[in-house]
Design a protein. Structure first.
Length: 167
């Protein structure tokens, strides 16, 4: 697990809520506290979709909304003159993203053994923390998948010029 403190909160939140930097991630959950607490469960409700749409989602292995689909709702809650009291957003790499990331690695496990690669974002008391998480479907003696995901996130943040301090 990697724990980071984001040092330029304004830049980060612009990239998160206005820009497209995080758009390819899936949303596990979001909770935003302003004058009320707004909670979003990122799981797609299969009964809502028509047959064609459901087939496309199934074909792509989608079980959760993409951040780009939910971002405008979150932005509408946060937008205004006052800073939110807090927010917690849990993003994860899509199934296709996990498969693509694992394709050229030699970690000794397959992408099917990885349940999820998570990115937890928490803003509270004017501090923004970012932690990584890895969920596996099997027990491993080593931490290679976790280290792999941590390295991917560090590369992602650096590539997108997001400033942070390791905790």
């Amino acid at each position: 697990m990697l724990a980071l403190k984001i040092t330029d909160i304004r830049d980060f939140t612009n990239k998160l809520f206005i820009g497209e930097v995080f758009d390819k991630f899936c949303l596990s959950e979001a909770s935003i506290t302003t004058f009320n607490t707004f909670t979003i469960d990122g799981r797609l409700q299969r009964d809502f979709f028509d047959t064609d749409s459901l087939n496309k989602l199934t074909e792509h292995g989608r079980t959760h909304s993409l951040w780009k689909e939910i971002r405008p709702f979150c932005w509408s809650v946060i937008r205004g003159k006052r800073t939110p009291l807090s927010f917690k957003i849990v993003l994860h790499l899509s199934r296709n993203g996990i498969e693509a990331a694992m394709r050229n690695t030699d970690l000794g496990i397959s992408s099917e053994q990885i349940d999820g690669f998570y990115l937890n974002l928490q803003f509270k008391n004017n501090a923004l923390l970012c932690t990584t998480g890895t969920s596996l479907k099997t027990f491993l003696m080593n931490k290679q998948p976790e280290q792999f995901w941590d390295d991917m996130i560090l590369h992602f943040l650096n590539q997108n010029q997001i400033l942070f301090e390791k905790l």
